[in-house]
Design a protein around this ligand. Structure first.
Ligand code: ATP
Ligand code: MG
Length: 204
């Protein structure tokens, strides 16, 4: 991992990665002058323990394929190589340590996370470790943040940012559905990801 001064971290299950993720990461990179965006596929996501999630190696490979052509994008194995449930806060602590104090970290999420943030493990610690970028996502209104989120932002308001990105009404859930039903996923995920899904018979 390079030592850069501004690093974005895009956490997710990426089952599979799609253009909504990529547009959001690139929007954040450009808007906040990030030297690098690190995609962090989760190992065992805490909120998806009872759902079927594809093997970590598949999710990792698809994320690598999707980010290959952007020299500012990298994929981290941190979470998928770690035992047990991956809590985002633990990953952030590790990355904070790894990059050192001279690096500013920006944790990037879609708007949906903002509505659950106070349920996350040790959520009050987030803004002390990293900036937080909440990207618009269709179906979630960031104009008026819920009171719980406002309380969470609290005294660290200058580290909380709302980012406008071109709205992409895409989710991994919908892509899995489409594959299962045999509907086209072309132009929703990068071509290489589509080929990977077909080749490995994922989501059937
Ligand atoms: P699933 O439907 O399986 O939950 P997802 O599409 O929400 O998948 P995740 O891997 O859960 O994808 O999301 C990773 C991160 O990307 C989250 O912060 C999520 O809010 C954000 N994100 C996902 N899709 C979009 C989108 N279309 N626009 C903006 N942000 C998105
Ligand atoms: Mg999701």
């Amino acid at each position: 991992m390079n030592k850069s001064s501004r690093v974005g971290i895009m956490g997710g299950t990426f089952d599979p990665v799609h253009y909504g993720h990529l547009v959001t990461a690139e929007g954040a990179r450009f808007e906040y002058g990030l030297d690098q965006v690190l995609f962090l596929p989760s190992g065992k996501p805490p909120h998806k323990t009872n759902k079927q999630v594809s093997e970590a190696e598949h999710r990792y490979m698809m994320t690598v394929l999707a980010t290959l052509t952007n020299p500012h994008f990298e994929v981290s194995r941190l979470d998928i190589d770690r035992e047990g449930v991956s809590y985002t806060i633990d990953s952030l602590r590790i990355l904070r340590e790894k990059f050192g104090a001279q690096t500013e970290l920006f944790f990037i999420t879609g708007a949906d996370a903002i509505f659950e943030i106070t349920d996350w493990k040790d959520s009050e610690e987030y803004l002390t470790i990293a900036h937080f970028i909440a990207a618009a996502r269709p179906g979630f209104c960031l104009e008026e943040l819920p009171q719980t989120t406002q309380n969470w932002v609290g005294e660290h308001g200058d580290r909380f940012h709302v980012l406008r990105v071109p709205a992409m009404a895409i989710s991994s859930t919908e892509i899995r559905e489409r594959v299962r039903k045999g509907t086209s996923i072309r132009y929703l995920v990068p071509e290489q990801v589509e080929h990977y899904i077909r080749r490995h018979g994922l989501y059937l």
